[in-house]
Structure formats: structure tokens, C-alpha cells
Design a protein around this ligand. Structure first.
Ligand code: ZN
Length: 419
């Protein structure tokens, strides 16, 4: 790994360029942060996507804005409606080059309009603003790393597909297929730009995440005159909830959490509708299968009650991303690369999920926290550490240089998948 930890002439050139451009990266991220792109702010997303396309036009790449398919949502009335998100930005460069990489990032944030829209320089080396870390800063870092790479001598050796998504924070239900397609086009490794931790640590293994909505229908009846004719959907839901929570601590690493129950009726009517919404997390494929079987079993039990029927929606929309030998080999290579610029990068396992899970599910090992260092994401205290912009852009540029000149053997790493 020693050759990964030393700087080539191309690496030195990237360093000079990225540190010289640090102020520009910050400026752009601040401007992007001020533009609201809450996941459900379709208008805001539509207006923002062309800004991304403009910025990425600096690359030698083909750029398209594509409207993804609609996705299902179960309403409080138990009915399924179709929801749409903003455009997906799909970028392709040098698809014939010998080394191919898939890159991804999301431009939506968890903040609806009016919740958190101001950008504040705190004067202590951090900037507070919506999406500064998660992950408009990361998208800037990705772009500048690619510009630095393309300014070097290795560019014809490496091509990439980038997917910038409008719906990561709500599960990539519209952009998941675009991610899968980009990852399946011969990519050796994946690079995703979620924020690194404040300390610079990055995510190691990730659990898989599922979301389920179970809609239960009973039979309404007047609670005073004909209680015995009614069949309570809430009673069935209550049994279901207790059963789901009892699954915790039954299979290593698998957790269930019932988040909400909708439905019900006035107290003088037997309720004929209840919707139980819950999530599950599982560390690997086997655990996810077990969790799914348990949900089906409990759904079967609920709907075998007299007069109750129902619908089961959802599943593991982000499959687990365990630390297998391919992932570990990639982490080791990134660690050695970080050493070239004085970073000792640690990889920490997490229960959180991101697009890296989807890229892994497509058979491509990946690192998914190549973005800026920051913290308190998904809160009004979200902040980014300003000095991390050139640092993290350089880390990515060095990874690209190493993939292109063979110091980092992406093919060997990808071939470790499934072993
Ligand atoms: Zn994110």
C-alpha cells in the first residue's frame, strides 16, 4: 500500500488546484444551501436541478435531467396514491474508458420550505446551513475532484456515471432504478458523498432499512346498538404492534420500530380502519430475510382474525451493506490514500443507510461518506467544517488518480464481491 500513500505529480497538481479553489467551493455551497430543496418541494427541486447541470457542465460529460417514475404512498385514509419527485441529474463521461466508476449524491434535504433556510458563518471555522453538509457540500467536493482529475494526464483512463438524486432523504423511490442502472454499467467501485463525521471518520458497514405500511380493514358498527356486529381494525392493529415490538432482540442486529398508527373512528363507532407504519433494520441479507418473514407472519395472523382483511406495503428499500471482503479492501485502499495527505481515516459501522446501500446491492463495492466533514445533520444546527472542503475534494481526486493509473486496483476489489 506504500505507493497509495505517496504523491505522484498528478496528485501534487490536484492538491495545488483544490486548495487554490477552496473559497469558490464554499461560495457555491452557500448559494446552493440557500435554495430550498426539501424532498417534497417539487417546485424547488425542479428549479434547482438546472443549477447542478450548469455547474457540472464544466466536466467533459453528457448531462441529462430525467423525470423519474412516480412512487406509491399510503395515505391516512389507507388509499394508495402516486407521488412524484424532482428531476434526476444523470451525467455520463467516457463510457469506453477502461476504468469505470459510479458516483452519486442527493440534492434534496430534509427541510421543507420555511423550516430552516438561512446560512450563517459562525466565525469558528464552521458554517451553519440547510444541506451544507448533507449534502450540497459533498456535491461540490465531487465536482471539484472530477475537475481536478480531468485537468490531469490520466483522464482518458477513467470514465464515470453520476446520479444526482432528488429523493434520497425519503428513500430514493423515484431514483433507485437510475442508481441501479448506473452502477450496473461496468462500474468497478462506487463513490457517494454523504458527509464524513466531524472527526473525519467515514461509514463502514451499514444495516439495511425497510419501511412498511400495513393497512387493516375491519367492519364498522354502532358501538352502542350493535357492538357485536363490528370488527375492530384497531384491536387487530394493537395485537400487530405488540407482536412487532416483541421481535426486537430476537435476531442479532435486527430492530423494529412502530412509528405511527393512523385510522380510527369516533368512540361510538367500532373502527374499521387502522394503518400501522413501521421500520426495520437488519445487518445482512439473512437477517433481512428473517425480518421480512416475521412481518409476513404477523400480517397473516392479523388478517386471519374474524372480519379483518388488509394490505401489506413496503419492504427493504435499502438492502444491507455489510463489511465484506470487497468493502474492507476498498476501505483499506482509501485509508492508505488518506495517509498520502496526512489523514488517518477510520471506518465506523453504522445503522444509518444511504445510496451506498443501493449501489452495493447492484454488486458494486463503494465508499459513501466522501463528502465534507460536518455534524448535527437533519437539524437546524447542521454545520460544515470549512477546512474540510479542499481536504475531502483532494481525497477524492487522489482516489480517482489511483484508480486511473492502477495504483488502486478497482477490478481486484470488485472481484472480491460475493466471495
Ligand atoms: Zn444525506
Amino acid at each position: 500500500m506504500t505507493e497509495l500513500s505517496t504523491l505522484s505529480a498528478d496528485d501534487e497538481a490536484a492538491r495545488e488546484r483544490l486548495y487554490a479553489g477552496a473559497a469558490g467551493m464554499l461560495e457555491r455551497t452557500r448559494a446552493w444551501s440557500a435554495h430550498n430543496t426539501g424532498s417534497l418541494n417539487t417546485d424547488g427541486l425542479k428549479r434547482f436541478a438546472p443549477k447542478l447541470a450548469d455547474a457540472f457542465a464544466a466536466l467533459e460529460a453528457d448531462i441529462r435531467l430525467v423525470q423519474g417514475p412516480g412512487f406509491e404512498a399510503v395515505g391516512a385514509d389507507g388509499k394508495v396514491t402516486e407521488t412524484h419527485s424532482g428531476p434526476i441529474v444523470e451525467i455520463t463521461s467516457r463510457p469506453e474508458a477502461p476504468v469505470q466508476v459510479v458516483m452519486s449524491g442527493h440534492y434534496d434535504t430534509v427541510f421543507s420550505p420555511g423550516v430552516f433556510e438561512t446560512v450563517t458563518d459562525r466565525g469558528d471555522g464552521t458554517i451553519n446551513g440547510p444541506g451544507m453538509a448533507d449534502m450540497k457540500g459533498g456535491i461540490c467536493v465531487m465536482l471539484e475532484a472530477l475537475k481536478a482529475f480531468e485537468a490531469g494526464r490520466l483522464k482518458d483512463m477513467l470514465g464515470y456515471r453520476i446520479v444526482l438524486t432528488p429523493d434520497e432523504e425519503i428513500g430514493n423511490f423515484s431514483s433507485g432504478e437510475a442508481l441501479r442502472r448506473a452502477a450496473s454499467s461496468g462500474a468497478l467501485i462506487g463513490m457517494t458523498y454523504e458527509p464524513a463525521m466531524e472527526t473525519g471518520a467515514m461509514a463502514g458497514g451499514r444495516k439495511g432499512s425497510a419501511v412498511f405500511d400495513i393497512v387493516l380493514h375491519g367492519r364498522a358498527a354502532h358501538a352502542g346498538r350493535a357492538k357485536e356486529e363490528g370488527r375492530s381494525a384497531i384491536e387487530a392493529a394493537a395485537e400487530l404492534v405488540v407482536g412487532l415490538e416483541a421481535l426486537n432482540n430476537q435476531f442479532a442486529g435486527v430492530t423494529f420500530n412502530v412509528g405511527s398508527i393512523d385510522g380510527g373512528a369516533p368512540v361510538n363507532i367500532v373502527p374499521d380502519l387502522a394503518i400501522v407504519r413501521f421500520g426495520a433494520r437488519a445487518p445482512d441479507h439473512q437477517a433481512a430475510e428473517w425480518a421480512t418473514q416475521q412481518v409476513q407472519r404477523l400480517f397473516g395472523r392479523a388478517t386471519s382474525r374474524d372480519g379483518i382483511h388488509g394490505h401489506l406495503h413496503g419492504g427493504f428499500y435499502r438492502p444491507p451493506k455489510p463489511r465484506n471482503s470487497a468493502q474492507q479492501a476498498l476501505f483499506d485502499a482509501v485509508h492508505a490514500t488518506g495517509r498520502a495527505i496526512g489523514l488517518e481515516i477510520e471506518f465506523v459501522d453504522t445503522g444509518g443507510v444511504c445510496e451506498g446501500n443501493n449501489i452495493f446491492a447492484a454488486g458494486v463495492p463503494n465508499v459513501d461518506t466522501l463528502g465534507v466533514r460536518g455534524g448535527r445533520i437533519h437539524s437546524n444546527d447542521e454545520f460544515v467544517i470549512t477546512e474540510s472542503f479542499p481536504e475531502r475534494a483532494l481525497l477524492s481526486a487522489l482516489i480517482l488518480n489511483r484508480l486511473a493509473d492502477g495504483r488502486l486496483d478497482g477490478r481486484r476489489i470488485r472481484d472480491l464481491m460475493g466471495r
